[in-house]
Design a protein around this ligand. Structure first.
Ligand SMILES: [Zn+2]
Length: 236
C-alpha cells in the first residue's frame, strides 16, 4: 500500500470507524471483530480443494477467511442485501490475510470476480463479489479485471437447490471476456457452499487459456456436499 492510500485509509477510518462484522460495535482500526466476537476470526483459513468442471477435471485451491456460521451469515446478509456496501473493506482485510497465508497473492496475480446478472446488479446497486475484489485490489495493489460475464438469468435460485442440481444450473451460465491467456487468476466470491459456481467459473477461465486459477471467498459453508474432497482447518 502506498503512502497516499495509507493516509486516505487512516482518514476514512477516523471519520467512519470500522465496525465489528458480527455485532456492529465500533472496533479499533485494522480490526474486523470486537473483543467479544473475535472468536469468529479463524487462526487459519479454510482450505478446500475443488475441481473445475472440465473433462478430466483440474484441481484448484479455494481459500476462505471465515466459517459460514450464524454470526457471519448475518454479516454477509447485511453486506449483500441491506446495502451495507462499505462492509467489503472489513471482509477484504480478512481475505487478504487468508490469501497471503496460502501464497495466493503473487506479483503477477490478477484478481477477478464472479459476475452478477445485469438486472440483479441494477436492483441491488452493486455486485458484492466485485466489491470484495476491488477492495482486495486496493489493499494489495494487484490489478482487478472482469474476466467473466453472465450469459443469462439462469441460476438465480442457486442457493436453494440441492448440490447435484446446482451443477446443472450453473452450466453455461458464464462466459469468458478479455485476454487471460497464461495468467495467474484469483477468482473472488462472497460465499462458497457446494463450490458449483466456482468450479464452473474456473472451467470457463481455464478453457479461455488461464494459466492458473485459485479462488478466494469471504466465507465457506462448514458442511460441504463435497466434504470428501476438502479439508478445513478451524480455530478452536
Ligand atoms: Zn462484536
Amino acid at each position: 500500500m502506498n503512502g497516499i492510500k495509507a493516509c486516505w485509509r487512516g482518514l476514512v477510518s477516523l471519520l467512519f470507524p470500522q465496525r465489528c462484522l458480527s455485532c456492529g460495535k465500533p472496533v479499533e482500526a485494522g480490526r474486523s471483530f470486537c473483543t467479544r466476537c473475535r472468536k469468529w476470526e479463524l487462526t487459519e483459513p479454510v482450505l478446500r480443494r475443488l475441481e473445475a468442471f472440465l473433462p478430466g477435471g483440474r484441481a484448484f485451491l479455494c481459500v476462505a477467511a471465515l466459517p459460514y456460521r450464524e454470526e457471519i451469515r448475518g454479516a454477509l446478509y447485511r453486506f449483500k442485501f441491506r446495502g451495507k456496501r462499505g462492509m467489503a473493506g472489513a471482509f477484504a482485510q480478512l481475505m487478504e490475510a487468508a490469501a497471503g497465508k496460502e501464497g495466493l497473492l503473487q506479483r503477477d496475480t490478477v484478481i477477478t470476480f464472479v459476475p452478477m446478472d445485469k438486472k440483479r446488479k441494477r436492483q441491488r446497486g452493486y455486485n458484492q463479489s466485485e466489491e470484495l475484489a476491488k477492495e482486495l485490489g486496493n489493499r494489495t495493489d494487484l490489478p482487478v479485471q472482469s474476466f467473466l460475464e453472465r450469459t443469462e438469468l439462469k441460476n438465480s435460485t442457486q442457493h436453494t437447490l440441492p448440490a447435484k442440481e446446482r451443477r446443472r444450473n450453473v452450466k453455461g451460465a458464464y462466459r469468458a471476456a478479455g485476454d487471460m491467456k497464461g495468467k495467474r487468476i484469483l477468482l473472488v466470491d462472497d460465499i462458497v457452499t457446494t463450490g458449483a459456481t466456482l468450479r464452473e467459473c474456473a472451467a470457463v477461465l481455464y478453457r479461455a487459456g488461464a494459466g492458473e486459477v485459485s479462488a478466494l471467498c469471504a466465507a465457506s459453508a462448514e458442511h460441504s456436499a463435497l466434504s470428501g474432497q476438502c479439508f478445513e482447518r478451524f480455530a478452536h
